[in-house]
Design a protein around this ligand. Sequence first.
Ligand code: 9MR
Length: 478
Amino acid sequence: MRGTSMKPQSLRRAASVILAAASLLIGGATSGHAAAGPGQAGPDRQAAAEPVLRDLAAAKGIYYGTAVTASKLSGTYGAVVGEQFDSITPGNEMKWGSVEPTRGTYNWSGADAVVDYAEAHGQKVRGHTLVWHSQLPDWVSNGSWTAGTLRTVMTDHIAAEAGRYKGRIDHWDVVNEPFNEDGTRRQSVFQTAIGDSYIAESLRAARAADPAAKLYVNDYNVEGVNAKSTALYNLVKSLKEQGVPIDGVGLQAHLILGQVPSTLQANIQRFADLGVDVAITELDIRMTTPPTSAQLTQQKAEYKAVTGACLAVARCEGVTVWGFTDSDSWIPDVFTGYGAATPYDENFRPKPAYYGIAEALGWTDGGTNPPTGACAVTYAVQSQWNTGFTAQVTVRNTSTTAVNGWKLAWSWPAGQRVTQAWNATLTQSGAAVTAADAGYNAAIAPGASATFGFNGSWSGGNTAPTAFTLNGTACTSP
Ligand code: 9MR
């Protein structure tokens, strides 16, 4: 439940900020995060003042989190995670298949790295996840079990993992995805071998292993009021009636643009009324790619609405996005033709969605950061031959403030590649291209333009990109 007193986490954060400041004073700062500090630009990032989601969220009494990949927690990725978020969830590193691939043999390296990082940055940790039908090691999913033998394996696993991190995890997703869409129980190995009671037994084992952690049941497609969320509601009700330790429900919220459930807030409220906390645990909002500026603007409104729904209910503890950057999102791998689901683009530039979250958390920009209309881009293929082409791009500053240093980003729809550029530095990663100013053309006054050109290669088609962002803000293009 939300409180107003300073929690141990806040104290830890205050301590880490003081330490960072102290190390700057003695000239000892070595990491990007310590050097940049909360609220300032990290390496390769926009120099202008950006809202800091973790500070805005804390002021509203919630946390704002992200799923992370442990191996990426350095450089720009690590700097953004530390600056912007006050809770992290390991995307994969605490799953059974990661930590206990063979029976009794544990590998804690990834999970340890995430917990250590969180403590160094004053962040909460969502432990994810102890009992789930997926990403299980073969020895569990393909074992031949009786109720008794699997119960022992399951509770041993919970004791080992939750016990290892005792006192260091704020929220545990103890059981993940126990329901089918119609609200019946998913026929996981735990359900079929042990029966309905495996959920209560898991929660009791987790409480015994780490009494301070808040224990959650987490699922997807339970954001609105529907058969599945009603089954979750009935489960929580019955667990509470039996005195089983259950503190909260996680609504994953893997959403599709244009399909945010209208009953989201009412659904959060009905769980709160039952006497449990609620969290949005895996938020992303996917769209067809490449995104248009209209889609990015709609996504901004939807991130704002989801964050607002959590804020509107006192027992909603926080929101976690499932990856903060489009370069660390599961969506394109699983949903062909979909992506752009997170608040930052593939080059760590904040998207309109990021400003939507900030606005929901009370930030205002004084009108200097409209999501559209701040820039206008023309992209013209001037000549084209065999498999090559030459193009010219003009970016006009249509806002009322000067641009001092710019990055123009787009995604190529047809596999084109940059081979050579002039008047800008172009880098490409997959389909994502970023054109950075060449120094002498870094400043673009209101109403003025910068133009650059490049040669590229193409095969099959040379369709122009349809969406551009300038320093993370969507541009119009004819
Ligand atoms: O983000 C995770 C991805 O890297 C894994 O490949 C995937 C395997 O299922 O799991 C992803 O995370 C899932 C989370 O643990 C539970 N809810 C759904 C998430 C997306 O699949």
